[in-house]
Design a protein around this ligand. Structure first.
Ligand code: ATP
Ligand code: ATP
Ligand code: MG
Ligand code: MG
Lengths: 227, 227
């Protein structure tokens, strides 16, 4: 499903070059459950942005479902992002002027679902993260962890073939965190692929493969735990 | 240093009332180190905002250093907030158009320090969180955990008598998290008071008192670990 060869990303700050990823290579097969770990600043979010087609590498090759992403046009990229990939951002990225319901509904509007079908799927996703009573709160009227859970509901509502979650439990107590991991486990059991960034061991233990980054390189890539 | 009696906070959403805190009472003595825990949405950030004089309660009494905060005028509140209290927000709240150095420098400008003295203290604080090489990056040019560490440096730069930190390690790997807890430990050893919200056990274990919230009430308030 994913093939990365020598992926690099160097940010440009004026004339200063900031190498965030230095030649990362790996493959992901369908239905894998991967935990990405590593110190703060090691390049995890940068890698997730490349995998999710939200940014382009400065070097290297990236294939999604066998196709070279660098050769795709904007329409193709957008349809992949909206259809196949669910993304939970480290910074949530919710629309501030829309309420929780409207934020979760957004991917379904892009996917062209009918209003009635959208309503049912949004209510189901918000119920799954335990926030039915907060459906009409805006992001600023929610707690930090509640915003995070709405961002998770939005990523799951399209039942994505590939879920990319960047620190999905950073603001959640462990009981709520376990509930979210239960949702991810169901998505995985249904045959989908999950890649999540975490720094919490109890989250990483749910996965079946660990990729550890350090200073923009892969330090370790091995099978773990869950089968 | 702090005396809270029957503190309550009810948010108003149109005609809907959302009770976030329902009558919370506690005292904090100088040089205590308190961990506040509880499920997502239980009222932790709301409580921190009241303690830090960033919001006013809808009921109850709150005294800081023996004085009733509700009776203070805006100037008094601002001088307490800028002088005595350091606040690490759950959402970092960095100025997007200022770089890391300028963000950390802000409390020292309010405190009226000379430029040379400010420079020294800012460099020291940024060095303490390990981000000297990122001093001139803006928040959008930093990783999630790096933004969090700049927000921590900003809260510590004024050597506050009271440090309020809301989930300060949510985006940090455990090694970096331990480094930050080392900084808090030093501040505590120097006689200052620390109140931090966390959902991570290894962070809570650094404190000497645990206040656990559930549904806007104090479920538990007892001494723990660190002496
Ligand atoms: N501005 C607001 N308007 C309406 N409701 C709000 C507002 N801010 C918070 N709330 C609600 O008040 C409750 C407490 O929120 P608070 O942010 O204090 O929780 P928390 O314990 O910090 O949670 P978390 O661990 O998820 O950060 C939540 O249920 C939230 O939905
Ligand atoms: N837009 C940018 N411009 C310049 N440098 C950047 C930019 N975005 C990130 N960086 C730098 O690239 C490096 C990798 O950042 P990245 O966000 O991928 O790290 P991370 O592993 O996700 O860290 P964290 O765990 O703290 O979220 C960091 O050192 C950061 O300062
Ligand atoms: Mg990151
Ligand atoms: Mg909070």
């Amino acid at each position: 499903i994913i093939e990365a060869k020598g992926l690099s990303k160097t940010y440009l700050l004026g004339r200063l070059e900031v190498p965030a990823l230095r030649g990362v290579s790996f493959r992901v097969r369908p239905n894998e459950y991967i935990a990405v770990m590593g110190p703060s600043g090691s390049g995890k979010s940068t890698l997730m942005n490349l995998i999710g087609c939200l940014d382009t590498p400065t070097a290297g090759e990236y294939r999604l479902d066998g196709e070279l992403v660098s050769a795709m046009d904007d329409d193709q990229l957008a349809s992949i992002r909206n259809g196949k990939i669910g993304f939970v951002f480290q910074t949530f990225n919710l629309l501030p002027r829309a309420d929780a319901f409207q934020n979760v509904e957004l991917p379904l509007i892009y996917a062209g679902l009918s209003k009635a079908k959208r309503r049912r799927r949004v209510e189901e996703a918000i119920e799954a993260v335990g926030l039915t009573e907060r459906s009409h709160h805006r992001p600023s009227e929610l707690s930090g962890g509640q915003r995070q859970r709405i961002a998770i509901a939005r990523a799951l509502v399209n039942r994505p073939a590939l879920l990319l979650a960047d620190e999905p439990t950073g603001n959640l107590d462990s009981v709520t965190g376990e509930e979210i991991m239960g949702l991810f486990g169901k998505l995985h059991d249904a045959g989908n692929t999950i890649i999540l960034v975490t720094h919490e061991e109890y989250i990483a233990r749910k996965s079946n493969r660990l990729i550890r980054l350090r200073d923009g390189r892969i330090e370790e890539d091995r099978p773990v735990g869950r089968v």
